[in-house]
Design a binder for this molecule. Structure first.
Ligand SMILES: Cc1cc2nc3c(=O)[nH]c(=O)nc-3n(C[C@H](O)[C@H](O)[C@H](O)COP(=O)(O)OP(=O)(O)OC[C@H]3O[C@@H](n4cnc5c(N)ncnc54)[C@H](O)[C@@H]3O)c2cc1C
Length: 342
């Protein structure tokens, strides 16, 4: 590597942090800049359900203290949203109009909760759970023993549902195509829904959701109306319908995009200076003859590692780690490789 090569990492989740570790290890003299649009440094989002177990301060789920970045000679740019990446010029632009240059960039911007078209009208009546602030808002809105209505119920939502049940809250799950995402359960769906019922989750399926509205005075804050005329009340309504990769800011970058950033198995985009890792990237699979996503802590971390190794001279493909199947454990409860992390 040329001395002082400037590596920029956009996103400070699992993929971005692993990439930074490897870059620093393999290229001690390089400049590393990490960028996040969040105000907070890297905290573990898998731990967000812990706000229902007494966590009140984001510092309790922090992965690395702010001093870690200084020690590793990493410039951390917080609260800074990237709005454009120019792969030809090797520059990126922030929302506040500043432009910085890079030799190589790895995009690790993850994804945000997907909201299906038929739910967008009710966005203002629903709550997300993707950040510490959002998790605290849900916590504060729920009265003791209150009810959360989950629409969909992907594996992120179901993880929260387990915690809510264990901490005395009620959960109603409105089943749709995204229930159990990213697992494809097909014929086994009934068996897994029964396992959720054993956890005390109320499962609603069949009637199509017609609308979401505010509950009348004296009733829970939200009311869901179904096409058969039935109603379901809850204190909070939360959509959990999988993730949509955060790629909008890459639209002018010149790299190929489908849903995610398209990368080869070595995690390089169609521009030789731009790499991607984590939930944002869609990786070419010769086996499936298609670009596809790989999820889970182990995979996301491995992608950060592979991208950084390849940015510093290797040429190794990403290989998915572990099983992708949902299963029932010995006590008949749902478990998933998606929930396993160090
Ligand atoms: C509550 C919760 C529970 C979860 N539980 C699980 C679980 O049990 N198992 C599992 O596998 N996954 C789980 N996930 C998903 C998991 O968090 C992601 O798969 C993982 O974090 C992806 O890591 P990443 O590094 O790709 O991106 P992310 O962790 O999503 O990080 C994205 C980073 O990019 C930054 N960013 C995005 N856009 C921009 C921009 N334009 N400019 C600057 N910065 C930007 C963000 O600020 C952030 O730092 C959970 C997620 C949540 C929210």
């Amino acid at each position: 590597m040329a001395k002082g090569t400037h590596h920029v990492i956009i996103g400070i989740g699992i993929a971005g942090n692993r990439a930074a570790e490897i870059l620093r290890e393999r290229d001690p003299d390089c400049r590393i800049t990490m960028i996040t649009m969040s105000r907070l440094p890297f905290y573990n989002r898998y731990d967000l359900p812990k706000v229902f177990r007494g966590v009140r301060d984001w510092r309790e789920i922090l992965v690395d203290p702010p001093a870690h970045y200084d020690k590793s000679h990493i410039t951390l740019r917080r609260d800074s949203r990237v709005t454009n990446v120019d792969g030809q010029r090797g520059t990126l632009t922030f929302a506040h109009n500043e432009e910085i240059g890079f030799d190589r960039v790895v995009v690790c911007t993850g994804g945000s909760g997907y909201l299906p078209e038929d739910l967008t009208d009710y966005r203002h009546l629903m709550n997300g759970f993707g950040t510490f602030e959002a998790a605290m808002t849900v916590h504060d809105l729920l009265p003791e023993g209150g009810r959360v209505v989950m629409l969909g119920g992907d594996m992120i939502g179901l993880d929260l549902a387990r915690t809510l049940r264990e901490t005395g809250y009620r959960v109603s799950l409105v089943v749709n195509d995204y229930t159990f995402w990213p697992h494809r359960v097909a014929a086994q769906r009934g068996k897994y829904l029964e396992a959720l019922e054993r956890l005390g989750i109320e499962v609603h399926q069949g009637a199509k959701l017609e609308s979401v509205k505010e509950g009348p005075k004296g009733m829970p804050a939200r009311c869901l109306v179904f096409e058969d005329g039935s109603e379901l009340f809850g204190d909070v309504v939360m959509p959990f319908c999988g993730l949509v990769p955060s790629v909008e800011f890459m639209l002018g970058s010149g790299v190929d995009i489908e849903r995610g950033l398209l990368v080869n198995p070595q995690l390089r985009t169609t521009n030789e200076r731009i790499w991607a890792a984590g939930d944002v990237c869609q990786i070419w699979s010769a086996e499936e003859n298609a670009y596809r996503f790989y999820y889970g802590w182990n995979n996301v971390r491995a992608m950060g590692e592979v991208a950084a190794r390849n940015m510093t001279g290797e040429d190794e493909p990403f290989v998915s780690i572990g099983d992708e199947e949902l299963y029932l454990d010995k006590s008949g409860h749902i478990d998933s490789p998606f929930w396993q992390h160090d």
